[in-house]
Design a binder for this molecule. Structure first.
Ligand code: AQP
Length: 333
């Protein structure tokens, strides 16, 4: 039986290789299966949990849509829309925030990482972010949610919220408890400058990530400058536990070439990093350059991107407004 897929990407600029290999690549495969119903959301309400420049946000919303399409998502076979235009997301988030427990949210590691030492100054939205994410997913009865490894904990929370709502209001199976779809390998791509940190949009150094809008020369340069260690390429997969940068680069290579980490290690065992880096850069350019060119082409036609969003908003609204009405009835409004 086909799956009901829902996933979101924040329009916070600098979409990168981690977003692509961890999530968007998976969206494309799921979208290519005609049995699946796919909804891909540009989660702009999530984006404003940290300060955004309004003009840039508007551009980033379009750029996220362009990235979906340039990566291979067919807008005719899926619903692509932006979250803020479907009021049920914000309404659902409020109702579910009365179901979720403080203790559950207090355990969320992403909030701790993003708020850093100065928690008092973080927005309330950043704290309750996972509840909005639960509303996003549950409004569409999604059965499966493709995400990168960093979102695993939020998805577990979404499952807990769905189960508690169903129990509290005695509506068995009313909210669909979704399954995460997290790739077994390479589900967390790390920074090119520090193998212990995830590749991130907000990292100050652009050299830490491959952006999906990077050009050939930028990609080659970033791989050349990517951090490694003084030893030759690892001989054995066990060495990777201690050699995080080598592990990350070999992981990226394996993901791009659809090979296992073990085979990639065998391929380059004992060679110089420079030889490996040349091959890695070539594979990256082959994958990213066409996407980058297509994003730029699509951004030249803002009307086309806006039409996709408008169409998506209409379709998403039809589904979400019915579900939120039922939720309101159940709650007693
Ligand atoms: N490094 C990563 N490796 C694998 N998957 C990743 N994802 C994000 N980074 C990696 C996955 O991409 C999807 C969309 O992510 P998002 O836009 O919701 O959030 P983000 O990229 O984590 O970006 P932020 O929060 O704007 O900024 P940073 O990156 O600075 O923290 C998700 O499925 C995510 O798992």
């Amino acid at each position: 039986m086909g799956k009901k897929i829902f996933s979101g990407v924040q329009p916070t600029g600098n979409l990168h290789l981690g977003n692509y290999l961890g999530a968007i690549k998976n969206f494309v495969d799921l979208n290519n299966d005609n049995d699946n119903k796919c909804i891909f959301c540009v989660v702009d309400l999530h984006a404003i949990t940290v300060k955004q420049d309004p003009k840039e946000l508007k551009n980033n919303i379009r750029e996220t849509v362009a990235t979906f399409i340039a990566s291979g998502i067919d807008p005719k076979k899926s619903i692509i829309f932006n979250q803020s235009r479907v009021a049920a997301h914000a309404e659902g988030a409020w109702i579910l925030s009365c179901v979720a427990r403080m203790g559950w949210l207090n355990r969320m590691t992403q909030f701790k990482e993003k708020a850093g030492k100065d928690k008092e100054k973080a927005s309330i939205g950043l704290y309750s972010y996972p509840v909005l994410m639960a509303a996003d997913i549950l409004l569409y009865d999604a059965t499966h949610v493709p995400v990168g490894d960093d979102q695993k904990q939020h998805l577990e929370l979404c499952r807990d919220i769905a189960q508690k709502f169903n129990n509290d209001f005695e509506v068995e199976n009313f909210l669909q408890v979704p399954e995460p779809l997290i790739q077994k390998e390479f589900s967390r791509i790390m920074s090119l400058k520090d193998g212990s940190k995830k590749m991130s949009k907000s990292e100050l150094s652009d050299l830490s990530r491959i952006n999906l809008t990077d050009e050939k020369d930028q990609i080659i340069n970033k791989i050349k400058k990517a951090k490694t260690d003084p030893l030759p390429m690892p001989q054995d997969i066990k060495e990777l536990e201690e050699r995080l940068e080598a592990k990350n680069l070999l992981g990226i290579y394996s993901s791009l070439t659809n090979s296992t980490l073990e085979n990639s290690v065998k391929n380059f065992a004992g060679k110089n990093f420079s030889e490996f880096k040349d091959e890695l850069a070539e594979n990256l350019v082959n994958k990213i350059e066409p996407i980058s060119n297509e994003i730029k082409k699509l951004l030249g036609d803002k009307n086309y991107l806006d039409e996709i969003l408008l169409d998506g908003v209409e379709k998403a609204n039809l589904i979400a407004s019915k579900k939120i009405e039922r939720i309101k009835e159940i709650v007693g409004f």
